[in-house]
Ligand binder design. Structure first.
Ligand code: AOY
Length: 482
């Protein structure tokens, strides 16, 4: 969106924010707020995406006199009043800060996995003349809910797949490519696809969401964050006509004679396809390709996923034979897999893999694709993300502030300046300014327009890696179900 009408930093806020500078108590010289997940669906949050927001929207000089003029005109008409817009305040930032925002942001390092109900980042104003800037930017800061929630949803699915590989396979090697992002078309915009797709790539390396690659190149120092393979779609198959499916498949195999390809196989009859086309007509070609490293991923795309995946494996197993791995589970030859990309979510992956396990099949025979539920079936409530003021300075005196709504005590907010202590693997949010700098993992990432930390995707991936301290994902799934 760079270079468009959306580039005016004053317009990155909800309308009511424009009126807040005149509402704080007289003598207010600083506002301090924090962001947290107040619980929600998943018991932890993978922190990711603040760096994109800081670099894309907030760092460096971001204000010009033209922006102030444009905002002045827009808000005069929008509010039908001349005196709501804070022209003096924005002019002050332009003149005294060269258009750089007088804010300090401290955050947990990106990729950190933090239990919900803990502070993830704090924002405070650094110039007593403009204390309102902190919450003016709440709107854009809270949009970090999206990459965090996608990264969390994706990581939960990685935990589930990992457990089944551990139970039914010899190694965890397939894990990085076991959940491929199919979500570009289902995202609400190109920018959203880029952000959500990038969040998935914190945990995995397979994606078809090309926009995510650009975002990670530009904002996270990753020259190539994700990979894909040639694959058919229904049009490339059905264009050959109802009797042309074999020709379509042969064309795909011969067009890409080595390396992996994926082939959607449910255009007419997935069972006949596995039995007759893959299992008989093209069997020799598939085996020949297999000898030179070619892998065929057969993609069913309709029906009840646990039933369909299992039945495909049974048919393909009869045609190509199977071997048993060290844990006693069946494996197709290494040059054939099934890729299930229909109906995949953190709830269905477990059901599919459980059914395979119950029938003696290793989870290493299958990989997943996920679109809508990976990038789009989430919202700010999924992790109950919120940004609240916890501390203000009035007439030179610091005051702890909070909300505690009688009608929903779950919305109670934290008090005072905050720290996130990390001790013996446990995270604790410390309120009231009683921080121990040796234990606090919040680090300054932004101050007065300067970016103080610049993380690479590689280090973020390292922090988000699965580990021994992880929650029991099956306990979480069972509790959610009840
Ligand atoms: N891609 C692995 C490579 C990608 C896709 C993208 C919607 C792929 C399919 C595949 O194997 O089958 C968007 C649906 C599918």
């Amino acid at each position: 969106m760079e270079g468009t009408v959306l580039d005016n930093v004053i317009l990155l806020a909800d309308s009511y924010k424009v009126s807040h500078h005149r509402q704080y108590p007289p003598g207010t010289s600083s506002v301090y707020s924090y962001f947290e997940s107040r619980g929600g669906r998943f018991p932890y949050t993978v922190f990711f995406g603040l760096q994109y927001i800081l670099k894309r929207w907030l760092k460096g000089p971001v204000l010009t006199k033209e922006m102030i003029q444009e905002a002045k005109e827009i808000f005069a008409v929008h509010f039908k009043k001349e005196n709501v817009f804070n022209e003096d305040g924005w002019n002050y930032i332009l003149e005294h800060h060269g258009g750089k925002l007088p804010l300090r942001v401290c955050a947990v390092p990106e990729g950190t996995v933090v239990p919900t109900r803990n502070v993830l980042f704090t924002v405070e104003s650094t110039d007593p003349m403009v204390p309102w800037v902190t919450n003016y930017f709440e709107t854009i800061f809270v949009q970090t809910w999206y990459p965090m929630t996608v990264a969390t949803n994706s990581r939960i699915q990685k935990q589930i797949i990992r457990q089944y590989l551990e139970d039914t396979h010899d190694s965890l090697d397939p894990l990085p490519f076991s959940l491929h992002d199919f979500g570009y078309r289902g995202a609400s915009s190109v920018e959203s696809a880029a952000i959500g797709g990038a969040a998935h790539l914190v945990n995995f390396k397979g994606t078809d969401t090309v926009a995510a690659l650009s975002l990670l190149r530009k904002y996270y120092h990753s020259p190539m964050a994700g990979f894909s393979i040639p694959a058919s779609e229904h049009s490339t198959v059905t264009a050959w006509g109802r009797d042309g499916e074999t020709s379509a498949f042969r064309t795909l195999l011969e067009a890409f004679p080595d390396g992996p390809v994926a082939c959607v196989s449910d255009s007419y009859d997935i069972w006949k396809c596995c039995e007759k086309i893959w299992g008989e007509e093209l069997r020799d070609l598939v085996i020949k390709r297999g000898k030179t490293g070619g892998v065929l991923c057969i993609r069913p795309d309709s029906g009840d996923p646990p039933t369909v995946v299992h039945k495909c494996l049974e048919i393909l197993g009869s045609a190509y034979g199977t071997r048993e791995n060290s844990k006693g589970f069946r494996l197709l030859p290494p040059y054939i897999k099934v890729i299930q990309g229909d109906g995949i979510s953190y709830r269905t992956i477990g059901a599919i893999l459980e059914n395979l396990k119950a029938h003696g099949w290793s989870s290493a025979n299958v990989v997943f694709g996920s679109g809508g539920s990976l990038l789009q079936k989430v919202n700010r409530d999924t992790q109950k993300c919120a940004f609240k003021c916890s501390y203000v300075v009035i007439n030179g005196e610091g005051v702890d502030v909070y909300k505690q709504p009688i009608s929903d005590l779950g919305k109670t907010s934290k008090k005072g300046r905050l720290a996130l202590h990390h001790v013996n693997g446990t995270y604790t949010t410390v309120e009231g300014g009683t921080r121990d700098p040796k234990l606090d993992v919040l680090v300054p990432v932004f101050e007065n327009g300067e970016l103080l930390k610049d993380y690479t995707l590689e280090e973020i991936r390292g922090r988000a890696e699965l580990n021994e301290d992880d929650i029991d994902v099956f306990k979480f799934l069972a509790e959610e179900e009840s």
